[in-house]
Design a binder for this molecule. Sequence first.
Ligand SMILES: [Zn+2]
Length: 393
Amino acid sequence: MRSNIKLGKIHGIEIGLHYSWFIIAALIVFSLGEHFRQVNPNWGTAQIWIAALVTAVLFFVTLLLHELAHSLVAQHHGLKVTSITLFALGGVSQIQDDATDAKTEFWVAIAGPIASLIIGFGCLAIAFGLGWRYPTDPRTAVTGVLVWLGYINIGLAIFNMIPGFPLDGGRVLRAIIWAITKNADRSTRIAARVGQVVAFLFILDGILQFFSGAGFSGLWIAFIGWFLMDAAKASYDEVGITASLRGIRVSQVMSHDCVTVNRGMSLQEFVNTYLLRAGERCFAVEDEGRFVGLITPRDVGKIPRDRWDKTTVREAMRPLQELHIVTPDTPALAALKLMARNDVNQLPVVANGTLQGIVSRSQLVQLLQVRSELQLPAAYHPALHHSENTEAL
Ligand SMILES: [Zn+2]
């Protein structure tokens, strides 16, 4: 989940919105306006919409606080957090590293729901101080906003504690199983399976509600279920990938068939000599033997065709400073994650300033496919006879 609109940084963590957020924000404002109108027939139109707008904004602030709780606890335990993105179904914290022990996983996961609970009861307490009494409907706009925020945050904490991966409760469950079995992979698999069951129940419940006349809210529940199902399956698959790539280094899976291109060559010449020849996909640009950048068909396509003969490869390439690079010793799994995070399909492998090869997503996926076709157990990692004798290729 990448954010489309950046709002700023808190504690080094980038805060942003995904476009889908606007749909949900509009829905919340309209349904809140409707809710306030029904509960408070004496309110004016302006009062209703201002209250609805303020509540929606505060709601997203509380969502952000929930995510910040996860992120700050993660940072406290030494994990790197890059960003928080708010989207249609809530928020996601982009925590780069996986927790290395069950205890960390537990506290990072439970911090969010705890924050939501505190916020929820805090809002209700303030409303109580202002004269609101459970279970009556609040009389003023301020208590109306506070009571709604109170309930929704308590509801959010409870919903998130449903023990199905990838919900917070699933992570808590995973941490507990991990602590008991001492096996991180198995605990993820179990929590992901439970997550799939929970997701299935959501979908079933949503469909039943839809057919018994609940309309939109039934579909909404089914949609959340479908989203959870997808995420749970992805977590389950990831365990297999992680286990299969464990111990494998980039040097064992990279390809060496990169063509070296002189930086001074014109794009026209580059296209004619290299690009239009089949089979070659990786073009390294060199300057006196040093690797200075990569050039791809995509980079060439950005330059208008009538300027190809006046533009050099160096001007069109992606310079080294802008590339994410790995070394031959980088774990293959880390390379795969780096590609996924930055949405690139290949990474140059560089050692001592020279290009050693290229590692690509499709190569790693192929490797995983071969392993699964051979039905190798995830723990099967023979010493691969590779580096020395294939270097010549
Ligand atoms: Zn959470």
